[in-house]
Design a protein around this ligand. Structure first.
Ligand SMILES: C[S@@+](CC[C@H](N)C(=O)[O-])C[C@H]1O[C@@H](n2cnc3c(N)ncnc32)[C@H](O)[C@@H]1O
Length: 398
């Protein structure tokens, strides 16, 4: 059946990538899955959003992630990384693996803090930055080298395919929410999938069409969770995130996986009141109405299902209840950092204002502060500092 969703039935517009999307549609009998479309839009080697040269980050780019707001984000997470090292019995070497490392700003910040404040941990640390795109790997290499850090830089799949395993921490920020998702709708007790096709009404325009699922993995996904999206609602399924978590978890002999990302437990992500899913397109810090428009020039993202990530990690892994980024940063020492900034304010007022603004942005409960943190532990204590309740530490509710 051809049933364009009202808000999705717009033209693709002639971006350099649009031709490749239309060719892929022709080559696959007139339609591709939304996950195939998103993989092209974000990852086409020449014109994909993340694959292209000269991608701008932070305020200069299309959206701002926490490491781009201020290095304090990385300094606070470095304290957590150091605790992981302690709780693992101070191993050496100690792997710090960051998939989807963006501009490298997060790694530069946590390594800067470790070098200055935790030199023994820093000496044991073996940082590994992973990305899906060669341009990003090269840019991350350059950013770390410029900051004086020696790290391993590799493509995600190649690194995961190697048989060796590591003891340490996998830490990622907004990595899983950048992976391609399938779009589905449950109707009349059956799962249907939305595909991307040429719009018959408009040449070179894209639209969504509904048909039966492209893979039995989609039904298996919901069967594993023991739930279904609400009748008639659109929902996303991130099979790539499940695969990525499986691969990462298999690489860890002993240690932690700290996932910082927009997302919910499955029961909340697929709650029956959620009618439109969480898929978003961003350009210049503005949400775009149609994710099919301007492929390759907009960022596409969908919230992740933390329950499926925990299941994917598999045997031997324990999961802690999710906490918000605002809570995690608070217990990791944001208030003390601000008190220190305040004490310096008379000497450097501009820096104080900048740090205070960063703290507000990172903990804003309508923005970055609502990002969730998931801690998974294998053969290691689960009760890390970032999980301790604000009330227990400060004696007051946040
Ligand atoms: C939303 S950005 C986040 C970047 C950075 N972590 C930050 O917080 O600023 C997503 C990152 O994941 C990378 N990425 C996308 N697909 C990937 C894949 N399949 N494997 C590894 N990295 C991928 C992108 O190139 C980018 O670096």
């Amino acid at each position: 059946m051809t049933a364009p969703l009202d808000d999705f039935a717009l033209a693709a517009r002639a971006t350099p990538l649009a031709r490749f999307v239309l060719d892929a549609i022709e080559a696959h009998d007139g339609r591709i899955t939304f996950a195939e479309f998103m993989a092209l839009a974000l990852g086409h080697p020449d014109h994909g959003y993340y694959a292209r040269a000269g991608l701008a980050w932070g305020r200069e780019g299309d959206y701002e992630t926490s490491p781009e707001v201020h290095p304090i984000f990385g300094y606070l997470w470095a304290r957590q990384i150091e605790e992981c090292w302690e709780r693992l019995g101070r191993p050496s070497p100690f792997a710090i693996v960051e998939p989807g490392a963006g501009s490298g700003a997060f790694a530069v910040a946590y390594l800067t803090w470790l070098r200055a404040r935790a030199p023994e941990c820093f000496a044991a640390a073996r940082p590994v930055l992973l990305d899906g795109h060669p341009q990003r790997v090269d840019a991350q290499h350059a950013a770390l080298a410029a900051a004086g850090f020696d790290a391993e830089h590799a493509l995600f799949d190649a690194w995961c395919a190697r048989p060796d395993r590591a003891t340490g921490v996998v830490i990622s920020n907004e990595f899983f929410d950048a992976l391609p998702v399938y779009l589905v709708t449950r109707r009349d007790n059956a799962l249907h999938e939305w595909y991307v096709a040429r719009d018959p009404a408009e040449p070179d325009a894209l639209t969504l069409v509904e048909a039966s699922p492209s893979t039995a993995d989609l039904d298996a996904y919901f069967a594993r969770l023991g739930l279904q999206p609400g009748e008639g609602a659109r929902a996303e399924v991130n099979l790539a995130a499940v695969e990525a978590m499986r691969a990462l978890a298999a690489k860890v002999e002993r240690g932690y996986i700290l996932t910082i990302d927009y997302g919910y437990a499955a029961k909340d992500l697929y709650a029956s009141w959620r009618r439109e899913g969480t898929l978003m397109a961003f350009r210049r810090h503005t949400p775009q109405p149609d994710p099919l428009l301007e492929p390759g020039l907009v960022d596409l993202t969908a919230h992740i299902d933390f329950t499926s990530l925990a299941i994917a990690a598999g045997d031997g892994w324990q999961a802690a209840p999710l906490v918000s980024q605002a809570e995690a940063l608070t217990v990791l020492g944001l208030p003390e950092a601000l008190r220190a900034a305040e004490a310096r304010a008379s000497a450097d007022a501009a820096r104080y204002v900048e740090e205070r603004r960063a703290a507000e942005t990172l903990t804003d409960s309508t923005g970055l502060g609502r990002i969730r943190v998931q801690v998974l532990a294998k053969d290691a204590p689960l009760d890390l500092a970032c999980l301790r309740s604000v009330e227990a530490i400060y004696g007051v509710r946040q």
